[in-house]
Design a protein around this ligand. Structure first.
Ligand code: WTA
Length: 554
């Protein structure tokens, strides 16, 4: 992977081309050519080797969108180590769980990150997490923000800059088998524990490069920008690996879409002449609120293809994006896929006939269907389970140390196919319309989070005895959290406790867990075996018929 994404370009005309174009909300930029990237990756790879990191070892990153994150990931790849990136928007509880599950020995973190004019102190979060991560032997700290003084590094802490100082800019690639693990990425499932998705080398490399090339029609003169955070799968596949494998220039932006003003993104598109722009429906809905004021100020005429990912795009947002950003000239690629799938599975190609709100059809070589519980295809126009009926190159190979769950969740439920966990329908033209998850996973601003993770966060607060969480529709974020809480005697759901609970869940999980509403209840609908029936809470919340309640304990 490292050879194909970096090394092979340095003896070609791409040697001096910008590989990574880092920009932040303060307007600062840093450009790394393929040659510079190559040298930096090699230095870090050598430094990691010196620390004893070997093929197959797990190394974690808790870093903002910054060149060092990409360099560290590629350095792992180069020596065959497995990177496990933790999204820097997750907080202590979620962070600790991911580190301990993978028994990580080395963590790479930073002093802070820029967000809406403030600096978020990542080191502090990491320090707190480290108190609960006994396997970590070394913490490498990147100095990224100026304002936060890196306090004296202590004990097992090392400075990134010092670490790579004097390291040679050459390093041999570790030979990898196609099936050797490339990375581990935790994602939410329907139980409390996050799942460690294991991706391997060969198929993933083929899958992400082919889909990016075909769907975004990557050309030598492209400046490509995917706004996803590297901490999620979209960042892995389509900010780093896909673009570098194709030798393109990939933009890495650290900041919010609306800071310092809602024209921030359009300004970047104008300044760098972005040709391909890939983002999330939630961001589009957010920016749509400002009308066409900001999209008119900037020249967006370099754009040739737009893309979306993470959730269904509602037709209004699609039209706004099409008219105001693409100026009715650029097609929109609505790409459906998952952390598990590694690559786009259902998506148009640029020449396709598009229907706003549909991800259209499986990409060439991918076979999908909509089926009932038993696996029989349902008639066109009818909703059912979205399944993939044949293997695809970038498919995940297992769940880290949980092969049983891997089989049960994805393969055994509906035999013979991959069960995606989404509901969908196919229309008469064979177009797929994704209807949302069939399990207890929420999509908050496109970020994936499990209801039970949120429930565990609530019950770890002393005031809460039991909690049940459902998603509530939100015009911008798609979904936010609605929690039903049984409180301990003596507690009341008043302003002070509400604030405390908000802060507590944020501390446990991070700002991804957006709470919309809390409701105090005396009991929760449960089956006789004690499973919370969230379906009933959802129906009741929407004022719909709660359906069959015969299996309820109460
Ligand atoms: C949802 C993100 C509709 C879906 C790459 C899926 C989508 C989950 C789309 C995976 C889309 C992703 N249209 N829904 N174009 N793309 N989803 O693992 O529910 O964070 O199962 O991967 O996002 O989320 P994940």
């Amino acid at each position: 992977m490292a050879y194909n994404a970096v090394d092979r370009w340095i003896n070609t005309e791409k040697r001096n081309q910008v590989a990574i174009l880092y920009v932040n909300e303060r307007g600062e930029e840093k450009k790394l050519s393929y040659y510079e990237l190559y040298r930096e990756v090699n230095k870090m790879a050598n430094a990691l080797k010196n620390l004893g990191v070997k093929k197959g070892d797990a190394v974690s990153m808790y870093l903002p969108m910054c060149p060092e994150l990409i360099i560290s990931m590629l350095a792992c790849t180069k020596i065959g180590a497995v990177h496990s990136v933790v999204y820097s928007g997750l907080s202590v509880g979620a962070f600790v769980e991911r580190m301990n599950n993978a028994k990580v020995k080395i963590l790479i973190t930073a002093d802070g990150t820029y967000r809406r004019g403030k600096i978020i102190n990542l080191k502090k979060i990491s320090d707190e997490a480290m108190l609960q991560c006994p396997t970590v032997e070394t913490v490498i700290v990147v100095k990224h923000t100026d304002e936060i003084e890196m306090k004296e590094l202590r004990g097992k802490e090392l400075s990134y800059d010092k670490l790579i100082e004097g390291e040679p800019g050459e390093c041999e690639c570790e030979p990898m088998d196609a099936e050797d693990p490339l990375f581990l990425l935790y994602t939410s499932g329907s139980t409390g524990k996050p799942k460690g998705i294991v991706h391997t080398t060969g198929g993933y490399m083929v899958g992400v490069s082919t889909t990016l090339k075909n769907i975004f029609d990557i050309q030598p003169d492209d400046t490509y920008w995917c706004t996803a955070d590297i901490g999620w799968i979209t960042g892995h596949s389509y900010v780093i690996y896909g673009p570098l494998l194709l030798g393109t220039t990939t933009v890495v932006y650290e900041g919010a879409p609306d800071y310092p003003d809602p024209g921030a993104w359009w300004k970047i598109i104008e300044k760098y002449g972005i040709t391909k722009f890939y983002t999330a429906p939630t961001a589009i809905r957010h920016l749509m609120r400002f009308g066409d004021k900001y999209t008119r100020i900037y020249n967006l005429s370099t754009l040739r293809i737009l893309g979306t990912v993470g959730e269904t795009i509602n037709p209004e947002a699609w039209m706004w994006f099409y008219k105001n950003v693409g100026k009715e000239k650029t097609p929109i690629m609505d790409t459906w896929w998952q952390t598990e799938t590694g690559m786009h599975l259902i998506s148009p190609l640029p020449s396709a006939y598009l229907k706003p709100g549909s991800a259209t059809k499986p990409v060439p070589g991918v076979f999908a269907d909509v089926v009932d519980e038993k696996g029989n295809s349902v008639p066109l126009g009818t909703g059912g389970h979205l399944v993939i009926t044949k293997p695809w190159p970038a498919m995940f190979r297992t769940l880290y140390e949980d092969e049983e769950k891997f089989k049960d969740v994805y393969w055994n439920d509906i035999p013979g196919v991959y069960k995606a966990g989404d509901m969908a329908r196919k229309d008469k033209d064979g177009y797929f319309w994704i209807q949302g998850r069939s399990d207890d996973i929420l999509k908050i601003a496109g970020h994936r989070i499990g209801t039970s993770e949120v429930e565990s966060a609530f019950v770890s607060h002393p005031a809460v005895v039991e909690a049940a969480v459902i998603g509530k529709a939100d015009p911008i974020k798609g979904e936010v959290i609605k929690a039903f809480l049984i409180l301990k005697e003596g507690y009341q759901l008043k302003t002070k406790l509400i604030e405390e609970l908000n802060a507590h869940v944020r501390y446990e999980l991070g700002p991804v867990a957006v709470i919309g509403e809390l409701e105090e209840v005396d009991s929760l609908p449960k089956t006789r075996s004690g499973k919370i029936m969230r379906r009933i809470l959802r129906a009741r919340d929407k004022g719909e018929d709660v359906g069959d309640t015969s299996t309820l304990e109460e």
